[in-house]
Each structure stands twice: as C-alpha cells, then as structure tokens.
Ligand binder design. Structure first.
Ligand code: NAP
Length: 296
C-alpha cells in the first residue's frame, strides 16, 4: 500500500487489491472516504516473472520495483509493505532451542532446517524475509531519498473474509486445522509454531486498521511486528474446547509444546495502535465464515 498526499486529499494505492487482505483494505479505505487506486495483474500474462531464476528472486525484484516506482512518481510519500512474521524467528541459530522473547530485532536465519517445512514453506519464508529487508533499505536514510517505508510483519490472518480466494481458504484451513482434517492447513500451523515458537494471529480487520494507522502517523517508519495474540497450539485448542464444544479437537494439539516465549513486540502499541480482536474473536469469526461458506 502506498500513499500520495496533496493539500486537499489523500490518495492510496493498494497493490493486490483483489487479494484476501487487499480487498478488505480497499473496502475499509473507501468506507473511510479515501480515494483508492488498486492494482490487478493480468491473469492471462503467463510470462510474468518468468525472467527470474527463482520465486525468491522474483519476490525481491517485485519489492524493489514497487519502491523504485514510488520514488520515480515523485508524489508517493509513504510505502507500507504487508510482510509476514515468518521473517522473525526466535529460534537460536545453532538450533539449540528458542530465545525467550519475540520482537522486531529478530530475523529468521535462512539456513535453518524446519522439520514441518516443505519446499513451499521454505520459499515463502525466504521470499518474505528478503523482500522485507530489500524494502527497508529504501526507507529514510537509505536508497529511497525521502520515501517513508513501513514493513508490517503480520501474524496468521483470520476473521470473516470478503472473498473466497486461494489465500483465504489457506488461511482459514490453517486456523481451523485443529478441528478439521485439512492436511495442508495442519502442516502450515505446525510450521508456523515451529518457526515462531508459538502462533502469532491477528484479525483481518485489525490488519487493515494497522495499515491505515501506519499510513496516517508520520512517526511510524521501519519494521513492526503485527499480531494481537501469540498463542501455542495448546492454547488455541483449549479455546476451541471451551467455546466450540461441538467440534472434536485433535488430541495431539492438546498435548502440544509448552514454550515460554514472550511477545515482546510493543512498537506498534507504543505508537498508539490498539488491537480490537483477541484469540476467541478471531477463531469465532473463522468458524462463522467457514460455516457460511459450507466448509464446516
Ligand atoms: N494471509 C495471511 O495470513 C498473511 C499473513 C501475513 C502476511 N501476509 C502477506 O499479506 C500479503 C497479502 O496476502 P493475502 O493473504 O491477501 O494474499 P492473496 O489473497 O494471494 O493476495 C495477494 C495479492 O497480491 C497480488 N500480487 C502478488 N504478487 C504481485 C506482484 N508481483 N505484483 C502485483 N501484485 C501482486 C496478487 O495478485 P494476483 O491475484 O494477480 O495474483 C493478489 O491479489 C502477502 O504479501 C502475504 O505474504 C498474509
């Protein structure tokens, strides 16, 4: 998301406006009275990205292109990148265990082996981590001249969805994998808990509000972790047991790892941002959405 300002109004461009988070953000911005431009790629352009040797290389080049386009425009003031918290792992580099905190100072080392990761998880992690670093290099005092850059490293996003895209289904299936038989969702949840020590989650409405908050506050620049809950799979399982006894929670989640890792990321809160949704509200909205769509 990038923001252009003039004396009269504030124009916002949402890259990927047809996506899960993008569509929510566009709706929210329009509701608040902003002028919104959204980018949609040409789905028939099968050659897109084919000049790059790898998905990771394409992700870094994509991030760089967006930053360069913002600078070239001469009118874009602020660029906000939806990063992922997979870029910040409390795993120790010697793989001897976890640090006891999670915050913006951590970066996921790209040489670590995760027992629950498949090739897609590894590629996603390296792409998001390197693209985020690339964008931060364009921030103030970097290569970006006066461009203000924010990276919001978001936890797993849940809640009610507007669309039923692949990404939406992946996200919902991950959050509901404790009470369904979705194997892909199960491995994603296990992978997230392995890489982050626990599972950072956030409601899509809070994600969009956080983007807008970052856009409006000039002091917000640089890297921020963004999640309202940092729960173990055991805590998530107990939330389902307590609030949705109609579902069967897999026993292995009730026996899940008990790690003492503190969510020590307070940067966004210190800027004045307030999250509205807790774990129960996020899971309740996922269940509601899944029922509405006939997945549960
Ligand atoms: N969902 C989550 O739980 C979660 C958590 C943390 C971070 N994130 C991050 O949030 C962002 C949005 O995620 P999402 O779940 O909303 O995914 P999504 O539904 O797949 O949406 C991504 C959108 O970005 C567009 N896009 C991808 N690459 C592009 C490029 N090179 N140039 C222009 N547009 C491009 C896609 O367009 P097409 O439709 O043309 O492919 C799509 O509309 C991603 O960067 C993701 O890593 C998501």
């Amino acid at each position: 998301m990038s923001m252009e300002t003039s004396s009269r109004c504030c124009k916002v461009c949402v890259t990927g406006g047809a996506g899960f988070i993008g569509s929510w953000l566009v709706k929210k911005l329009l509701d608040k009275g902003y002028t919104v431009h959204a980018t949609l790629r040409n789905l028939k352009d099968e050659a897109r990205g084919s000049q790059y040797k790898s998905v990771t290389e394409a992700a870094i080049a994509g991030a760089r292109n967006i930053a360069v386009s913002c600078i070239k425009s001469g009118t874009v003031k602020k660029l906000i990148y939806t990063a992922s918290v997979v870029s910040a792992s409390p795993l120790k580099e010697d793989e001897s265990g976890y640090l006891d905190f999670m915050d913006e100072t951590l970066w996921t080392p790209l040489n670590l082996q995760f027992s629950h990761a498949n090739e897609l998880h590894n590629t996603y992690t390296s792409s998001k981590t390197l693209a985020e670093k690339e964008l931060l290099s364009f921030g103030n005092n970097g290569n970006g001249g006066g461009l203000e850059v924010v990276t919001l490293a978001c936890g797993l996003v849940g809640g009610e969805m507007l669309l039923s895209s692949t990404s939406t289904l992946q996200t919902v299936s991950t959050l509901l994998s404790q009470i369904t038989d979705n194997a892909d969702g199960y491995y994603r949840l296990r992978f997230l808990e392995e890489i982050n020590g626990k599972i950072p989650i956030i409601h899509v409405d809070d994600v969009c509000e956080a983007h807008i908050f970052c856009m409006l506050n000039p002091s917000v620049q640089g890297r921020y972790l963004c999640a309202s809950s940092f729960v173990s799979s055991l805590e998530m399982a107990n939330c389902y047991v307590k609030n949705h006894p109609e579902f069967h929670v897999k026993q292995e989640f009730l026996d899940g790892p008990k790690r003492e890792i503190k969510w020590a990321s307070t940067k966004l809160l210190q800027e004045g941002f307030v999250y509205k949704y807790d774990t129960k509200m996020i899971l309740d909205d996922c269940v509601k959405y899944a029922r509405r769509m006939g997945y549960l």
